[in-house]
Write a protein that binds this ligand. Structure first.
Ligand code: ATP
Ligand code: MG
Length: 430
C-alpha cells in the first residue's frame, strides 16, 4: 500500500461537522458590515513580495521569517499574503478607489505565515478584515470598534476585553523610541536574545514580548502615552469619549504596540482569557502613512482583523448556537418503483416548500440501514416511500426525535403537511 499523504504542517481541513460554525461567523460578519455600509473586496492571495516588504516593514517577524515567498515561473518574487491590509491598499491605489473618494471595505480569507504551529496559531489561518480608507478619525476609529463589539454580541461571544492605545505620529514616536532605547540599553543584560535583536530594528515590539521573563524590564519602561504629540493626544481622548458614550468598556494599555511597522495613533486589541496564550482574537489600528508609502495619495486609514480560527474556537467553547446543517427530512426509498421516483418527489417538495431541507437516500440499502442513516443525519422526520405506497399514492411520515407514531399522508397533501416544518428542525447544535 502506498504511504498516506499528509496535509502541509500547520494547515488545517475544516470538516463538514465544523463548517457550520465558520458559516455562522461569516454570515453574521457579512450582515453586520452591510448594516454599517462596508462593502466586500475580493483580492488575490498572491502579491509581489515587494508589497509586503514596503508595507509591513523589514524588521518585523512577518517579513524577517514568516513569509511564504517564492519565485514564479517568470522569475518574479511573489508571496502568499500574510495579512490583508497591504493588498487592500494596493488594490485601492491600482484601481483608483481613493481618488476623491473614501472607502469602507471588508475582505475575508486565508493568510499564510510560517510560524511554529500550536493551538490557535497556524501556517494557513483565516482572517476577516475591515478597513476604512480616507477617514482621519477619531469618529471612524470608534465606529470600527463599535462594529466589532456588535459582532461579538451577535455571535453571542462574551468575556472579551478591549485594550486601546495610541502610538502617536511617526515624529512623536521617534522621540519616544529614542527614550525607550535609552532605557532598554541601560538594562541590556536583562533582555532576552529576541529583544536584543529588536533593539535596533523594532524596539517598540519589545514591549509586546511574549516572554514572561521580560515583564519586569517592560513594566519599568517609559510609556508612549506620556509622549504623544498634542493632536494625537486629543485624537485619543476623543476616541475614548466616544467609546464611553457608547458604553463600550475598555482598558488603556500603554504597552499595546502592534507587530507591524505601519501603525500610527489608534491601536486596539480584543483579548480573551479562554484560549490560553493565543489570546488576541481581533487586532487593529490606524495607518495614516501607509497609502502614501505604497505610492498612493496621502490618505489616512484604519482597520482591524479578526482570526477566524480563534473566534470559531470561542463559539465552540461558549457553546454558541449554530446552524448544524441537519436536514428536516430524510427520504427513504424502499423498492425499485420508489427509487425511480425518489429524486423527482424531492425536487417537487423543494419547489413547493422553499427552505425545506430534504436529504434523499442515495445508493440503495435495506430499509433498516436507510432508517439508520436517517437517524444519523439529524433529520426530524423520515419520509418513507415503498413500492406499495407508490401504488397507492401515499408516503409514510415517521418522527425520528419524538415518540409519536408514524402516519400516512397522500403524496399531493405532502407540501401542505411539510410547509410547517421548514426551518423548524433543531439546527442549533455544533
Ligand atoms: P499574535 O500576537 O497572536 O501573533 P499578530 O499581532 O501577529 O497576533 P495580526 O497580524 O494583527 O496578529 O492578526 C490579526 C489576528 O489574526 C490576530 O489577533 C489573531 O486572532 C489572528 N492570527 C494572527 N496570526 C495567526 C496565526 N498564525 N494563526 C491563527 N490566527 C492568527
Ligand atoms: Mg504574530
Amino acid at each position: 500500500m502506498s504511504e498516506t499523504l499528509q496535509a502541509v504542517r500547520g494547515m488545517n481541513d475544516v470538516l463538514p461537522g465544523e463548517s457550520a460554525a465558520w458559516q455562522q461567523l461569516e454570515r453574521v460578519a457579512r450582515e453586520t458590515f452591510a448594516e454599517y455600509g462596508y462593502r466586500e473586496l475580493r483580492l488575490p492571495l498572491l502579491e509581489r513580495t515587494e508589497l509586503f516588504k514596503r508595507s509591513i516593514g523589514e524588521f518585523t517577524d512577518i517579513v524577517e521569517k514568516e513569509m511564504y515567498t517564492f519565485e514564479d515561473r517568470g522569475g518574479e518574487s511573489v508571496t502568499l499574503r500574510p495579512e490583508a491590509t497591504a493588498g487592500i491598499v494596493r488594490a485601492c491605489i491600482t484601481n483608483g478607489l481613493l481618488h476623491n473618494q473614501r472607502q469602507k471595505v471588508w475582505c475575508a480569507g486565508p493568510m499564510f505565515r510560517y510560524e511554529r504551529p500550536q493551538k490557535g496559531r497556524y501556517r494557513q489561518f483565516h482572517q476577516i478584515d475591515v478597513e476604512a480608507l480616507g477617514f482621519p478619525g477619531p469618529d471612524v476609529d470608534a465606529e470600527l470598534i463599535l462594529m466589532s463589539a456588535r459582532l461579538w454580541r451577535r455571535l453571542g461571544i462574551g468575556g472579551l476585553a478591549l485594550n486601546v492605545n495610541s502610538l502617536g505620529t511617526p515624529e512623536s514616536r521617534r522621540e519616544y523610541r529614542a527614550k525607550l532605547v535609552e532605557y532598554l540599553r541601560s538594562r541590556e543584560g536583562a533582555l532576552d536574545e529576541d529583544s536584543r535583536r529588536r533593539l535596533d530594528g523594532n524596539p517598540l515590539r519589545i514591549l509586546d514580548s511574549k516572554n514572561p521573563a521580560m515583564r519586569d524590564v517592560v513594566s519599568g519602561a517609559p510609556l508612549i502615552t506620556d509622549h504623544l504629540d498634542p493632536e494625537s493626544a486629543a485624537h485619543f481622548a476623543e476616541l475614548r469619549r466616544q467609546l464611553d458614550a457608547a458604553g463600550v468598556p475598555y482598558v488603556v494599555n500603554p504597552r499595546l504596540v502592534r507587530g507591524l511597522d505601519y501603525y500610527s495613533r489608534t491601536v486596539f486589541e480584543w483579548i480573551t482569557t479562554d484560549l490560553g496564550s493565543q489570546d488576541a482574537v481581533c487586532s487593529g489600528g490606524r495607518y495614516d502613512g501607509l497609502v502614501a508609502q505604497l505610492g498612493g495619495e496621502a490618505v489616512p486609514a484604519i482597520g482591524w482583523a479578526l482570526g477566524e480560527e480563534r473566534v470559531v474556537e470561542l463559539m465552540k467553547l461558549q457553546q454558541r448556537v449554530v446552524d448544524a446543517g441537519a436536514p428536516d427530512i430524510y427520504l427513504a426509498l424502499a423498492g425499485p418503483g420508489a427509487e425511480a421516483m425518489g429524486l423527482g418527489l424531492a425536487e417537487s417538495l423543494r419547489e413547493a416548500v422553499p427552505g425545506l431541507r430534504i436529504e434523499t437516500n442515495c445508493g440503495g440499502g435495506s430499509f433498516k440501514s436507510q432508517l439508520k442513516r436517517a437517524d444519523r443525519s439529524g433529520a426530524r422526520l423520515a419520509l418513507i416511500l415503498g413500492d406499495d405506497e407508490v401504488a397507492r399514492g401515499v408516503a409514510t411520515l415517521k418522527p425520528l426525535r419524538e415518540e409519536t407514531g408514524q402516519r400516512q399522508v397522500a403524496l399531493d397533501a405532502l407540501p401542505a403537511e411539510l410547509a410547517t416544518l421548514a426551518g423548524t428542525t433543531d439546527r442549533h447544535r455544533i
